[in-house]
Write a protein that binds this ligand. Structure first.
Ligand SMILES: NC(=O)CC[C@H](N)C(=O)O
Length: 488
């Protein structure tokens, strides 16, 4: 069993994508490979086959390997829910809330959890491609580190460093990062990958030659900037795709603790949809549909919405016949109240909801984590239901008369609600736009009269992973890589 760790010179250097690409390429070579990310900080998570949750980027890498995501693949997930505190998820399950200082002290315990999870993978797979977090050159965080070199040293694996040329200064990034590592960390860093290059590769040669000469380490390859790759972006709301004039306008408030914004990727990709995220103090444009996204802190984000004048805007939007949808935390906001007496998401207490649907929500210690498949209700009154798939990640439990007109049905029962006039709907399901049939049903309901055939988001994701593997094949020194992994 060999583990190779991909670390980056900065956050968002493209580590996750490089790991996904390597995973899919190795699968093509017939290798039994799994992804691993010791520690992740993200509000986008996926439900695993063992009933836990992990960061979405690792879940995507699992799919790249042809595997179902498992909690061992990302044993520590930190979900920030305020400026200081985060919910700590260990091997898929909620451990508790901690602030940064508490977590720093807790890292010793977290390290054991990380090592046990890695051990479990190491027994099942021939190659593990591990992903670092942020940069290994954060010297202030090096003591007790489990996310980058602390992990690599503990299991004694090699490292490849990825630098992002698109943001500039890539040679300084790579050389500077290396310089800040200890001699043994430098020694385990076997070489570099330059990511997101656009332009003429010949112009880069003198730089890569210099880097190899200076560091005495190889550049495994220069990866191109891939356009139009929309792949479960983890930390940021990626840019919209091209859309047609007269497209359906969907507006989403960019909640400070928005979770699983990947829910919107299928809409963003659709040429007949213009998806607009509206941030703090930005003017709220008119829209056909407003969707309130999931959030890690429902009450605080609701207070933010109120402060930003959204309730008045929502009421006006509804008066003009616009539609409103809420997903998970956004759904909870549509009810009359949200109670968090134990303070799972911040100060204990209750908040009034937007009062658009008659139901209330209580936050409870038990977190619901499950994959779902079932049928949407007959949204468009055409006498037939549409299949959907999705997943639930929430601590809230809702009840009230609104839930007697549910949006979805599955083996686990019914979920969500639709208002009597059909203008307001809500659901606990994330990923509900992913399946083509569900997406066309929603688009018709939202007002697109002749909805173009929608591609299944799952197929799009598969095609993107294949594109990544092609990129590895054509731009990396794959023989050197195979030698490095002791596969030849
Ligand atoms: N994913 C979500 O939107 C979660 C909603 C809410 N924070 C809960 O835990 O119930």
């Amino acid at each position: 069993m060999t583990t190779l760790m991909i670390q980056g010179t900065t956050s968002d250097a493209g580590k996750s994508t490089v790991v996904a690409a390597l995973c899919r390429w190795l699968v093509r070579q017939g290798v039994n490979v799994a992804p691993f990310k010791p520690q992740n900080m993200a509000l986008n998570s996926a439900v695993t086959c063992d009933g836990g949750e992990i960061g979405r980027s690792t879940a995507l890498q699992a799919l790249a390997c042809g595997l179902v995501p498992h909690s061992d693949m990302n044993p520590v997930l930190l979900k920030p829910q305020s400026d200081r505190g985060a919910q700590v998820i260990l091997r898929g399950q909620v451990y508790g809330n901690m602030d940064a200082m508490d977590y720093h002290a807790f890292k010793r315990t977290a390290k054991d959890v990380v090592l046990a999870a890695w051990e479990a993978l190491a027994q099942r797979y021939d190659i593990v491609i591990a992903e670092g977090a942020g940069s290994p050159a954060e010297i202030n965080l090096r003591a007790g580190d489990i996310a980058n070199m602390g992990f690599a040293e503990a299991i004694d694996c090699t490292v490849i460093l990825v630098g992002d040329i698109d943001r500039g200064g890539v040679f300084a990034q790579l050389v500077g990062t290396l310089a800040l590592l200890s001699p043994s960390e430098q020694a385990r860093t076997q070489g570099f990958i330059i990511n997101r290059f656009r332009g003429d590769p010949q112009l880069l040669t003198s730089g890569t030659d210099w880097l190899q000469e200076y560091s005495q380490k190889p550049v495994y390859g220069v990866l191109p900037y891939l356009q139009g790759l929309l792949l479960d972006a983890e930390d940021s709301v990626a840019h919209a795709g091209e859309h047609q004039a007269g497209a359906l306008k969907v507006v989403v408030p960019r909640l400070p603790r928005m979770s699983n914004h990947n829910d919107f990727d299928p809409l963003r990709l659709h040429p007949q949809v213009e998806l607009i995220f509206v941030g703090k103090d930005e003017p709220i444009p008119s829209a056909d549909v407003i969707i309130l996204p999931g959030t890690k802190n429902t009450r605080q984000d609701l207070a933010w919405l109120i402060e930003q004048n959204w309730p008045e805007h929502l009421r006006k939007h509804l008066r003009y016949g616009g539609k409103v949808m809420g997903i998970c935390g956004g759904f909870q906001m549509l009810g009359s109240s949200i109670h968090d007496p134990e303070g799972f998401e911040g100060q204990p207490g209750s908040s009034h909801g937007l009062n658009l649907l008659p139901f209330t929500t209580h936050l409870e210690a038990r977190k619901v984590l499950r994959q779902q498949q079932g049928q949407l209700c007959d949204l468009n009154r055409i006498g037939k239901t549409a299949a959907f798939s999705g997943y639930e990640i929430h601590m809230g439990r809702s009840e009230g008369s609104a839930l007697s007109r549910p949006l979805t049905h599955s083996d686990c029962g019914s979920d969500g609600a639709i208002s009597d006039d059909g203008l307001i709907l809500g659901t606990y399901m994330h990923g509900i736009f992913e399946q083509a049939e569900a997406l066309s049903t929603f688009l018709t309901y939202f007002g697109i009269t002749a909805a173009q055939t929608t591609t299944d988001y799952t197929c799009h994701r598969e095609a993107s992973l294949d594109r990544l593997a092609d990129m590895i094949e054509s731009h990396l020194d794959t023989r050197a890589l195979l030698r490095h992994l002791k596969l030849i």
